[in-house]
Design a protein around this ligand. Structure first.
Ligand code: AMP
Ligand code: GLY
Length: 433
């Protein structure tokens, strides 16, 4: 099976990741029409924004039928965890429309930390030692904490908008946190809590596409999660990213492929879990040995904003391989260039922040790419509409070269309260020396 020669695409999502996807899809010679639900001011110039929520499955079905959509690409995890793929498969009118994204069973790799950990254990995939506790297991949870050394890692089992992981440094704090979580600190997401051993190392995001049998490893990236320079302050969705990552050497990536990627794909097949889409493996490099921190069933944001600019081959062709089991025959050509992205946020993020601030200087950015995250277009121009506002991506021959371009572009952009980290990539530049 193949997609039609000219493809009408519906892309779900509204952030920087989706702007980057829209930008890449729009370069395909096979694209007929691109629709983005809901999109932002940036995606508007690449396709048609559609005011339907990615979790409004009935609305999406109507849109797919009326607009002769040939392919649905899912950006965020929520529609996947809620079973958008199964919704399509189970409906006679749209079951022939392929979806890039796993089944609800596959999306459990992100939707349930316990499921993900048990999957790794069953399939011999290296990960931190752990146990799962429910409301009635508080004493057992305390005992497990006592058996571990600080710091302690506590994870709400369910989706908690990226906030469900807490890393207390003292035993008392860890016990209090466990009790709070089991008592509903994160609602139903923390009805169960996974406690695991702390892994000391440096993190890496690895991205894989699979058609359920074959796989391809996309460029890896490093994400900068904390809001402040020097990795200080609160956790965010991500303040910047770099690809490639110098410590992801061929030797390290071979270990990742043999010990993690292959057993993950084989485990999904063996357990009859339908998976056609992206797998984002969060990895900790502990003295040169890779361990899985988490799986996500989608691309990362802002990692997508550095991964896609390094992919030279056609993305609709790659999607065709994913949805019709022909990934092995598809070409994945990767640029040796370095890509970096620096995220500009609203003042106050990740706490409370204001929106509706006019953004100036978006056109004078040289050859950098400005991916919109939280923006909207009004009669008077483009305004801020979220915590993360823009991701400014640049390519270069190395990290320093690419960074200099992104920071130069950012210096010409302005909105009230604009803030970005000044030290993206600096740790990697130091590692090299
Ligand atoms: P997650 O939501 O699973 O990505 O966890 C959020 C962050 O917590 C990760 O990006 C890591 O920085 C950190 N983390 C999670 N699990 C561990 C662990 N076992 N050891 C050390 N840090 C961890
Ligand atoms: N940047 C991390 C994530 O997308 O979850």
């Amino acid at each position: 099976m193949r997609l039609p020669q000219l493809v009408n695409v519906l892309l779900l999502g509204a952030g920087g990741r989706e702007h980057a996807f829209a930008w890449k899809i729009a370069q395909s010679e096979r694209l007929a029409k691109l629709f983005i639900a809901k999109g932002n001011a940036g995606t508007k110039s690449l396709g048609t924004n559609v005011d339907i929520s990615p979790t409004n499955f009935a609305g999406i079905k109507q849109f797919v039928l009326t607009n002769n959509i040939n392919l649905v690409v899912v950006g965020p995890e929520e529609p996947l965890v809620r079973g958008i793929r199964d919704f399509f498969a189970g409906d006679d009118e749209i079951c022939y429309v392929p979806v890039v994204g796993p089944s609800a069973a596959g999306a459990m790799l992100e939707g349930s930390k316990q499921f993900a950990k048990d999957f790794m254990q069953r399939n011999g995939i290296p990960t931190a030692r752990y146990q799962t506790f429910g409301k009635n297991d508080l004493e057992a949870g305390y005992a497990f904490l006592e058996s571990l050394k600080p710091p302690y890692v506590l994870k709400a089992n369910g989706l908690a908008a990226g906030k469900g992981v807490v890393i207390p440094t003292s035993l008392e704090e860890a016990k209090r946190e466990l009790a709070d979580m089991l008592n509903g600190k994160f609602g139903i997401a923390s009805q169960k809590v996974v406690i695991e051993e702390y892994l000391n190392g440096i993190e890496l995001s690895v991205f894989v596409v699979t058609d359920g049998t074959d796989y391809k490893i996309l460029p890896e990236a490093k994400d900068y999660k904390r809001v402040g320079d020097g990795d200080t302050g609160l956790n965010t969705g991500g303040m910047g990213a770099v690809s490639p990552v110098p410590f992801a050497t061929p030797e390290f990536m071979r270990k990742v492929e043999e010990r993690i990627v292959k057993p993950t794909i084989e485990g999904l097949a063996k357990e009859k879990i339908l998976y056609k889409g992206f797998i984002f493996v969060g990895i900790m490099n502990v003295d040169g040995e890779p361990y899985v921190i988490e799986y996500n069933v989608r691309m990362g944001d802002p990692e997508t904003e550095v991964v896609l600019p390094r992919i030279e081959s056609d993305i609709l062709d790659l999607f065709e391989g994913i949805v019709y089991n022909s990934l092995a025959s598809k070409e994945l050509r990767i640029s040796p260039d370095t890509a970096v992205t620096v995220v500009a946020v609203s003042g106050g993020y990740p706490g409370a922040y204001e929106t509706g601030k006019p953004i100036e200087g978006l056109d004078a950015v040289g050859d950098s790419l400005v991916f919109h995250a939280g923006t909207t277009e009004t009669k008077t121009g483009v305004e801020t509409a979220g915590g993360r506002v823009l991701a400014v991506t640049s390519k270069g021959t190395g990290i320093a070269d690419a960074l200099q371009k992104s920071y130069a572009a950012l210096s010409g952009i302005h909105y009230e309260g604009m803030y970005y980290r000044k030290d993206i990539g600096q740790d990697l530049i130091k590692l090299r020396k």
